[in-house]
Design a protein around this ligand. Structure first.
Ligand code: IMP
Length: 497
């Protein structure tokens, strides 16, 4: 006879937090929301720590390089989708890693003999308006000059003329030596009225560029998630089919972290693929998933996963529960796996973080997931609503909407995620729209403000304290009605003064 689990499968909607003692030394300004992303020994720091406990879903309609840049600037992390050719995904990783932030590797480079027309095309491709002119046209060639959009105009200058005719030659370009610090470089940018400062090695090869515009930008985003070279961090999804080709290409592009993306992570295929990844790329953290219970967590933790992603059937675009009858309420899934994580940490001394993936409908669901012990969350619908997400923005009678489609929908046809042979035999996701929500930074700032305010109310000044100290209560149908009494809402701007 089948084994029936007696506990009811519960969702976040069925819980509320009880306020704890609000302390004077715990304020919204002082609350810390950094959190570990990758496995680590108890008592030692994780090799990868998120500044903001949110990641974006491994989906075509969510995690593009633009969204990845915006989210990393806000302290979170995107996992670029794998449902695309390997070289395209690696190129997206490179675009995030070369995004200008502090010292950057020049990604817009030409030879002096190239035509201005080629330079215009290159600038359009990279989106940057300053190029380095190097002997061999590479990012590390001997620097011969600099050229920017201000040095020529397509209508005034012959686009067939060589770049050398409009570039500022090296003897008139101020530059710095390789050992300059960012602070010294920023001082020079301002003291000498410069837009850009190239950093050269002792033989005159280009090493890095430092832009004045980045200085202002970096002040706007003080909590950016960056690597040791100050480049934004980015993750990438991989699958258990082409991982032996995909992972090397992504690591070569300097990806920071990987994650196996599957609707069923409790599988021999994933264990084999994790073992291969850990053997060949031991220094690149890699997560596994998705699972919904302690058994699944233990399986992936033992297989070497650096974090475990939890959630089946709860995603907003998901129809897996209708199609296959598989899944578990997200709150039950998180509570069960969190207990397994803590047991595993006690037994082995190794902490394997948990990511709660999908089904977060309200901002407070993120807070509940953290309170229940998740280390960070992954969201699709939430991010698909913002300007930086790839879906088209479409006007409707009720206002703007953005496209959002599931990886198991006919549009994405991500058969690798759903283990349906080599093509989709039936759909597991829908293709639709979500209300447009503007700029990611504004939206996420408001969400974080709510999370921090709740943590203050519960008396927790950081996520570990919240996880151990939070008190939750189940909510009855009657309590729901109490909190949704029938009042006609007057439209306001949404802000209070
Ligand atoms: P959301 O945040 O509720 O929109 O859920 C996003 C999560 O749903 C993703 O991170 C995936 O785990 C999952 N997902 C993505 N596409 C599909 C699909 O087509 N069917 C089922 N689940 C999906």
């Amino acid at each position: 006879m089948a084994h029936i689990i007696n506990e009811v499968s519960r969702t976040f909607n069925e819980f509320l937090l009880l306020p704890g003692r609000t302390r004077k030394d715990c304020s919204v300004q002082s609350v810390e929301v950094s959190t570990p992303l990758a496995r680590h020994r108890l008592g030692e720091p994780s090799p990868l720590i998120l500044g903001t406990p949110v990641t974006s879903a491994i989906m075509q309609s969510v995690s593009s390089h633009d969204l990845a840049i915006a989210l990393a600037r806000a302290g979170g992390l995107s996992f670029l989708y794998h449902n695309q050719p390997i070289e395209d995904q690696a190129a997206a990783v490179r675009r995030v890693k070369t995004f200008k932030s502090g010292f950057v590797t020049s990604d817009t480079n030409v030879r002096p003999t190239d035509a201005l027309r080629d330079l215009v095309e290159l600038m359009e491709r990279t989106g940057h308006s300053t190029a380095a002119v190097t002997e061999d046209g590479t990012a590390t060639g001997t620097l011969l000059g600099m050229v920017s959009k201000r040095d020529f105009h397509p209508q005034r200058h012959d686009l067939d003329a060589p770049v050398s005719s409009r570039m500022r030659p090296i003897d008139s370009v101020p530059s710095a030596k390789g050992d300059i610090t960012l602070t010294e470089a920023n001082d020079r940018l301002f003291d000498e009225h410069l837009d850009v400062l190239p950093v050269l090695d002792h033989e005159g090869h280009l090493h890095r560029l430092i832009f004045r515009s980045d200085y202002e930008d970096n002040k706007r985003f003080p909590h950016q998630l960056v690597d040791a070279s100050k480049r934004l961090r980015v993750g990438a999804g991989v699958n258990t089919h082409d991982y032996k080709d995909r992972i090397p290409a992504l690591v070569d592009a300097d990806v920071d972290v990987l994650c196996f993306d599957s609707s069923d992570g409790y599988s021999d295929y994933q264990a084999d693929a994790l073992a291969w990844a850990k053997q060949h790329y031991p220094h690149t953290p890699i997560g596994g998933g998705n699972v919904v219970d302690a058994e699944g967590f233990d399986f992936l933790a033992q297989a070497g996963a650096d974090f475990v992603k939890v959630g089946v059937g709860g995603g907003s675009i998901c129809i897996t529960r209708d199609q296959k009858g598989i899944g578990r309420g997200q709150a039950s899934a998180v509570l069960d796996t969190v207990a397994a994580r803590d047991r595993y940490a006690q037994q082995t001394g190794i902490y394997v973080p948990i990511c709660s993936d999908g089904g977060l409908v309200h901002d407070y669901h993120i807070t509940l997931a953290l309170a229940m012990g998740a280390d960070f969350v992954m969201m699709g619908r939430y991010f698909a609503r913002f300007d930086q997400a790839p879906g088209a923005k479409i006007p409707t009678k009720e206002g703007f909407v953005k496209e959002y489609w599931g990886e198991g929908s006919a549009r994405a046809r991500n058969w690798q995620r759903y283990g349906q042979a080599t093509k989709m035999l039936f759909e597991e996701g829908v293709d639709g729209y979500v209300p447009y929500a503007g700029d990611l930074h504004e939206g996420l700032a408001s969400t974080l403000a709510k999370i921090k305010a709740t943590m203050v109310s519960c008396g927790a000044s950081n996520i570990p304290a919240f996880q151990t100290g939070a008190r939750l209560t189940l909510v009855s149908e009657q309590s729901f009605q109490e909190s949704h009494a029938n009042v006609t809402i007057r439209e306001t701007t949404g802000t209070t003064h």
